[in-house]
Ligand binder design. Sequence first.
Ligand SMILES: C[S@@+](CC[C@H](N)C(=O)[O-])C[C@H]1O[C@@H](n2cnc3c(N)ncnc32)[C@H](O)[C@@H]1O
Length: 176
Amino acid sequence: MRAYRRFTDECLPTAAAHVDGALAIWTNFLGKEPIRGVAGALGYSEAGELLWAKKSAQHEGNEQVLRVYETALVFVKHPLPALSPADLPRVWCVAAGYDEEGEAQRWGNHPNHKPFRVLEALVRQWSRPGELILDPFAGSGSIPAAAIRLQRRAASSEIEGDWAARVSQRLSEVVS
Ligand SMILES: C[S@@+](CC[C@H](N)C(=O)[O-])C[C@H]1O[C@@H](n2cnc3c(N)ncnc32)[C@H](O)[C@@H]1O
């Protein structure tokens, strides 16, 4: 926990300094409290929490269950405007499998891969076409790839050389 707190103290202000829109931070129940503390100190308030309800089959079972979930905390600098009666509701939960589109398999099966259907809800709701989306921890590049697919611009970094090479290849294919 101490290491996670230190990491959050260092990384979150650095990443936030590069963007002026919403922050969406994937985490687990241990990470929430340190992230909320640092985001609050930076002047962000929590807009909500997007849940990815993971469709998975139980061992030797044949039905899809939704017992596992991942969560992304969403923070904004300014309070959200009220929705008008004609607006669609904001999306706070998406049920999807780990790899319904075969993207994880194609790009190395990163253990923390996020499927497009889940990222689409985040990207559409918290950015507009043409805006820049920053993902400092790209993994296999699902987030920058979703950003480009939805006509946003993307910036990302990845510390592991093999994964970084996959991200470059993947993004060059999304762009072309
Ligand atoms: C949770 S995974 C991201 C998975 C990604 N969303 C996907 O769909 O494939 C986090 C990634 O951050 C990378 N990472 C960890 N520390 C980093 C750092 N200091 N700078 C850049 N990347 C880092 C890890 O190597 C790992 O691939």
